[in-house]
Design a protein around this ligand. Structure first.
Ligand SMILES: [Zn+2]
Length: 204
């Protein structure tokens, strides 16, 4: 799995990209779902402002180029996509049927930027690149939606997990049999909580 979470850059607001959203190196759509996160049990919004959304997109590069211009309207559409992805993650974790409304949100987002392959030839070497007429923001939205569709419609669907550490709201793809937590930090907190439960003094 690509560990793009290691190249942390500060955004123009002085914080981490995406307002400190976790960087677990998960597939793009899961990483995007995790822009809704918690710190010490308090829920945080990683894409609450255009600056934070732009920083997250710049850092995760769903589309090539220096940056994606976003405003208040994009906050709304990206957050709607994220809620659809998170809801479908929950249905995978709980092995229950998906909600048509969330599926429609995903499909509409994927259709926001139709793409086609383009063949180029330079110096006798052929190369293929993807082209779209969509704005960068729509192309980024569609790229995240396509990744989500590939996950929910493919074998990774059965590997999606919700982290069970106390207060954690993140999802991850179980990429090896012994993985139980979204991160080593959550594993340590969960073990500490279990230790405390086992050894706490009995009530008088
Ligand atoms: Zn966790």
């Amino acid at each position: 799995m690509v560990s793009y979470h290691k190249k942390v850059r500060a955004d123009q607001t002085g914080g981490q990209p995406g307002n400190g959203s976790p960087r677990l190196g998960e597939p793009l759509a899961i990483e995007f779902a995790n822009t809704h996160y918690a710190v010490r049990g308090a829920l945080r919004e990683g894409i609450g402002t255009p600056a934070h959304l732009a920083a997250w997109l710049r850092d995760h590069s769903p589309v090539p180029g220096p940056g994606v211009r976003v405003g208040a309207a994009e906050i709304k559409t990206f957050r709607a996509l994220r809620e659809a992805i998170r809801s479908l993650c929950h249905t995978c974790v709980d092995a229950c049927p998906g909600d048509d409304t969330h599926v429609e949100v995903l499909n509409a987002a994927a259709a926001a930027a139709p793409r086609w392959p383009q063949l180029t030839c330079a110096g006798g070497a052929y190369a293929v690149s993807e082209r779209t007429r969509a704005e960068d923001a729509d192309a980024a939205l569609a790229a995240i939606a396509r990744d989500a569709i590939a996950i929910f419609g493919g074998p990774l669907r059965t590997q999606i997990r919700a982290c069970q550490a106390p207060g954690c709201v993140l999802f991850f793809v179980k990429d090896h049999p012994r993985r139980q937590w979204c991160s080593a930090g959550c594993g340590n907190r969960a073990r500490a909580a279990r230790h405390y439960q086992r050894h706490r003094p009995a009530p008088p």
